[in-house]
Design a protein around this ligand. Structure first.
Ligand code: FES
Ligand SMILES: [Fe+2]
Length: 362
């Protein structure tokens, strides 16, 4: 798997999104910084929203997230060791508590109270580590979408992965709000047909949801095989997806076979989770997960392989499109033309842009 620690912002702010070069993410938001298994007593560095953050677990397993720059001589704290609750700077040994307060300067008895680093609210939920990059008082863990609870439900088989993207996080979000690209971008890999008209779109409570119903349509092999069905069998498919927050989206395929046979599944479902965290304007941490409520024995390797091919195609086109956006000296004139099938993506973009604007206006 790719190493998220290697995903750093560009050295200068030279990136752009299709909507321009300015920061297009809100800070008052929970972002996935890591899979829970990646954060241990050995600190790691993640760049989140242009901020270098050291993540670690205390001896008791509690998560901590500190700004990675030691306020003494700016050494990167993630290269230090954890002692009990504290992170020890690798350079001169100043110790920082999870609150960010310096609690020990080895060469003197008294520790000046002014020595501290920013501490970020951080929680573990649904198998991932979420960090809040905005005002601490607003960091309510209940803002992490509860819709994702199936990720920690043993009734679901879950695989996850990480892919670095040299593209803006919003382009990855818009990509999963418009599945009409299946017929073209994934025509060989996914072989999912029927996405040839705009889906229904609903915007409510800060979320956008699209829905496409496929009544008694041939079941693509990618859905049929794990369910023990013959590819091409006529079943009902309800394919929907919701932008849950700036950092989280999930897609769903709820399938219903009205003629399952004696041992066959009548209802079976797939969830595809896209957790997109801005590194900088032109880079994104992309944690993905897939969850199935069926498949015995469950073939994790096949699911992971499938996902990396299909998501690799998405990333390749997003990166190449961003390259096209940034190559122009006349970016302002690079006007996008949207069509009816873009509605969910446009609404998703608007919702996030409104959050950014509202923050700026406060
Ligand atoms: S740079 Fe961290 S203790 Fe000196
Ligand atoms: Fe795709």
């Amino acid at each position: 798997m790719d190493d998220p620690a290697q995903t750093k912002p560009d050295p200068v702010r030279a990136g752009t999104s299709t909507t321009g070069p300015d920061r297009n993410w809100p800070l008052n938001s929970w972002w996935v910084a890591a899979h829970a298994s990646e954060v241990t007593e050995k600190p790691i560095l993640r760049w989140i929203a242009e901020m270098p953050i050291a993540f670690y677990r205390t001896a008791e397993g509690t998560l901590a997230a500190l700004h990675n720059r030691c306020p003494h001589r700016f050494a990167p704290l993630h290269k230090g060791d954890v002692e009990g609750d504290n992170l020890v700077c690798p350079y001169h040994g100043f110790q920082f508590a999870p609150s960010g307060q310096c609690v020990n300067v080895p060469t003197q008895e008294k520790t000046p109270a002014a020595i501290r680093v920013r501490s970020y609210p951080v929680v573990e939920r649904y198998g991932f580590v979420w960090v809040w990059t905005g005002e601490v008082e607003r960091a309510d863990p209940d803002l992490i979408p509860a819709d994702l609870a199936y990720l920690s439900d043993p009734a679901w088989h879950v695989v996850w992965g990480y892919l670095p993207v040299s593209g803006n996080f919003m382009q990855m979000k818009e990509n999963v709000l418009d599945l009409t690209h299946f017929a073209f971008l994934h025509k060989n890999s996914a072989q999912i047909t029927g996405w040839d008209r705009p889906p229904a779109v609903e915007v409510a409570n800060g979320r956008v949801t699209f829905r496409q119903l496929f009544d008694m349509q041939p079941l693509p092999a990618i859905y049929a095989v794990p369910a023990g069905k013959a590819p091409g069998k006529l079943v009902n498919r309800d394919n929907w997806g919701t932008q849950l927050s700036p950092g989280a989206h999930h897609g769903a395929v709820d399938m219903h076979d009205p003629d399952p046979g004696p041992d066959g599944l009548e209802r079976f479902a797939l969830r595809i989770i896209h957790l997109t965290t801005p590194v900088s304007i032109g880079k994104t941490h992309y944690y993905w997960a897939m969850a199935r409520d069926h498949g015995q024995p469950f073939d994790f390797a096949a699911m992971r392989a499938q996902a990396s091919v299909i998501f690799g195609e998405d990333i390749e086109i997003v990166e190449a499109s961003q390259e096209m956006a940034r190559c122009t000296a006349d970016h302002d004139k690079a006007v996008e033309f949207s069509v009816a099938a873009d509605r969910a993506a446009i609404e998703g973009r608007r919702l996030v842009q409104a959050m950014v604007r509202n923050e700026a206006a406060e």
